[in-house]
Design a protein. Sequence first.
Lengths: 115, 115
Amino acid sequence: AQTVTQSQPEMSVQEAETVTLSCTYDTSENNYYLFWYKQPPSRQMILVIRQEAYKQQNATENRFSVNFQKAAKSFSLKISDSQLGDTAMYFCAYRSVFGNEKLTFGTGTRLTIIP
Amino acid sequence: NAGVTQTPKFRVLKTGQSMTLLCAQDMNHEYMYWYRQDPGMGLRLIHYSVGEGTTAKGEVPDGYNVSRLKKQNFLLGLESAAPSQTSVYFCASATGDVGLGSPLHFGNGTRLTVT
């Protein structure tokens, strides 16, 4: 079974700074998808970014980018020019391309942006 | 543009009572999921469905039942609520196209308290 580990329960950073959230995972599969979801205080789960394992190029969405290291099974999220609206829980998730397509989540990192 | 709708948003139950959480999606998605979110544990899969009339157990299925009689609806039932089932419950849906690695779309959650 796949597992996803987020080793940073909480982080805080000053507004406009850059912050990196770490995520590691364990799998025996060669092809899969990785996701970062954001959960603001509103409780809604919002997709931030997605990475396909067979693509070496790191995914980027505006201020959000990932550092995907397949051999190391690492998938970190970098937020540049952080904004107050980035304050949220961030979850890393793994999804196989086989079977039932369920997402396996990490335990989350609570990020606080300090004004 | 409803997406995934969960009802109710909040509920308080006494131990031993029963209830049903309703999830409805209007995106014609094949796959539907029920997760629970607890502090420090991320989201854990309770049950899921890969199509109308099918259901399967996830990581933490004990004490819950589900039904998918219509493609757009996925019901989660608690037959005899216990305090350990106090949690936030999320429904999600996804297309059946594995190759696209489509993300899960989440509802806004139901906060359930069992006293």
